[in-house]
Design a protein around this ligand. Structure first.
Ligand code: MN3
Length: 243
């Protein structure tokens, strides 16, 4: 599947690409893009949309602090350092660079793949979680899960199993691919966008996401994570995947 033009325009808004501003002056996304473009094309670390301790007891404050302030911040720093040498690339959003990774100069391709992926993956991650989240899925994602996986319990089981089996560091995803929803995993910080799949939701199964609280018990972390899911944001992303 190739991401179509309208979707790319939406994606540009997520990290403030400035290429297509004129095309969506009427959309609210422009304000976001303008605010970001004021950083002279540098990618900035988005603030956590809630307190470090807001996802307790499921995800502890110390994990959230290190994860956001150190891990995510490092991806942003490395990405900016790489793009510094290729200022023309700054006109594109990070999502766009990942979608067209082959067009990124070879000298920084792995850096963009790893750190651009790290930035986009974590930006999604903070937003698809919220305090007092969880529960049964709502709205369009509830119907889509039913249509693709029979029921929520089956979906959750398959998602958790895939996340448990991902060897080493990586992510487990629900993606939209060829108009179907699929569960996939990726290694390292690879974004599903690299293969043209739109990430509707994903869980980080790097040890840094859970080790302080759950140690080796990745399966327990995966189970607890459903208590902080922000279904509204997952619904927003599902809608974007259909644009
Ligand atoms: Mn992480």
């Amino acid at each position: 599947m190739t991401l179509n033009r309208r979707k790319v325009l939406f994606l540009l808004g997520a990290t403030g690409g400035i290429v297509a501003l004129n095309s969506w002056r009427s959309s609210g996304l422009m304000d976001v893009a303008l605010a970001q473009s004021a950083t002279k094309g540098n990618i900035s670390l988005p603030p956590l949309p809630y307190d470090y301790n807001a996802l307790e007891p499921h995800i502890d404050a110390q994990t959230m602090r290190f994860h956001h302030d150190n891990h995510h911040a490092t991806y942003v720093k490395n990405l900016n350092a790489a793009l510094e040498k290729y200022p023309n690339l700054k006109a594109q959003s990070v999502e766009q660079l990942l979608t067209n990774l082959k067009s990124v100069p070879e000298a920084i391709r792995s850096t963009v793949r790893n750190n651009g992926g790290g930035h986009v993956n974590h930006t999604m991650f903070w937003n698809i979680m919220k305090p007092q989240g969880g529960g049964e899925p709502t709205g369009a994602i509830a119907s889509a899960i039913k249509a693709n996986f029979n029921d929520f319990a089956t979906f959750k089981k398959q998602f958790n199993e895939a996340g448990t089996k991902r060897f080493g560091s990586g992510w487990v995803w629900l993606v939209s691919a060829d108009d179907k929803l699929k569960i996939i995993t990726t290694p390292n910080q690879d974004s599903p966008l690299i293969d043209g799949n739109y990430p509707i939701m994903g869980n980080d199964v790097w040890e840094h996401a859970y080790y302080l609280k759950y140690q080796y018990r990745r399966a327990d972390y995966l189970t607890a994570w459903w208590n902080v899911i922000n279904w509204d944001e997952v619904n927003n992303r599902l809608a974007t995947s259909k644009v």
